[in-house]
Design a protein around this ligand. Structure first.
Ligand SMILES: C[S@@+](CC[C@H](N)C(=O)[O-])C[C@H]1O[C@@H](n2cnc3c(N)ncnc32)[C@H](O)[C@@H]1O
Length: 288
């Protein structure tokens, strides 16, 4: 984590003969060693950041919150105590595991909060509806593919400080409380991602009157809709979990289209084309 490392370097600066100036900051994050290992060093999120992260994810009693690298358990405990969620933390440091388990017992939260001792990169993600991260940027990137593959559409991911590189956040907030400014001297940034469904591919209705071809880059959709004797194109459709909206165009004009991933296929609505709740399924593959 660049900022922690910068803080550490600043603290050590006199011993190194280096003044606490920007030149003391590391130019880049060191490459991640092979797993299992301690990735991000322990730096507890300030309590105002903890609350802001849980608020940004809109955590509630139906959620299963997972904090990868849970430190002293503060996110797990706050999610369970103040938001009624079930919460699990994964922590590799045995001392922090002991401390956080003790804090959970003392708070009387053992029925809803749990700490697993182990490597965060080996922990399954499929059961969580909310994922909390305060790790190195390289950890976020390493986790990105598993998040998209394992977490259900609509699951929320919140990261303190670091982004997901090419996967743009759905929302970003700054936390500039006196606690944060006193600790870091600058606001903390928190990012939210909503896991999109996998929409990519060719989809058609039962009688072949509508055909939707979708390309997908994270939550951004482009492609083509052929329906009602029109050939429409779009390139900035936006997915939010299992749903997506897009504006498809041809020379005649623009059409609002909504799609939703369902167990039975892709539900399509484009009222101005006369398509009310049309179920699309994958196009039959063409065999030579
Ligand atoms: C920056 S702290 C964040 C603590 C807590 N999530 C918070 O926001 O207050 C990162 C935590 O990740 C833990 N950690 C680092 N590598 C890990 C790994 N491979 N598996 C599990 N935990 C790890 C560290 O011990 C540390 O407690």
């Amino acid at each position: 984590m660049q900022r922690w490392l910068a803080a550490l370097l600043v603290a050590l600066a006199p011993a190194w003969g280096c003044r606490p100036a920007p030149s003391c900051r590391p130019a880049r994050v060191p490459p991640a060693p092979a797993s299992p290992r301690i990735d991000a060093t322990y730096d507890p999120s300030p309590s105002t950041v903890v609350t802001a992260m849980l608020e940004l994810a809109e955590v509630g009693p139906d959620d299963r919150v997972l904090d990868l690298g849970s430190g002293d358990g503060r996110l797990v405990i706050t999610a369970a105590r103040d938001y009624g969620a079930h919460a699990v933390g994964v922590e590799i440091d045995p001392d922090l595991v002991r401390r956080s388990r003790h804090a959970i017992r003392t708070a009387g939260l053992s029925d809803r909060a749990q700490i697993v001792q182990g490597d965060l990169h080996r922990h399954p993600l499929a059961d969580a509806t909310v994922l909390m991260l305060f790790l190195w940027p390289s950890d976020n990137l390493r986790l990105r593919a598993s998040i998209l593959a394992e977490m259900p559409p609509g699951a929320r991911v919140v990261s303190h400080d670091h982004d997901m590189d090419g996967w743009a956040a759905d929302a970003t907030r700054e936390v500039a409380s006196p606690e944060v400014l006193g600790r870091y001297g600058e606001p903390s940034t928190i990012h939210l991602w909503i896991v999109p469904a996998d929409f990519a591919g060719c989809w058609t209705d039962a009688d072949g009157h509508a055909r939707l071809t979708l390309r997908q880059g994270f939550q951004v959709l482009g492609g083509r809709l052929e329906a009602a004797d029109r050939q429409l194109r779009f390139d900035a459709g936006r997915a939010r979990g299992a749903s997506a909206t897009l504006v498809a165009r041809d020379e005649t004009g623009a059409v609002d289209v909504r799609i939703r991933a369902q167990p039975s296929g892709l539900e399509l609505r484009a009222e101005s084309l006369g398509l009310d709740v049309t179920i699309l399924t994958p196009c039959p593959s063409i065999t030579p």
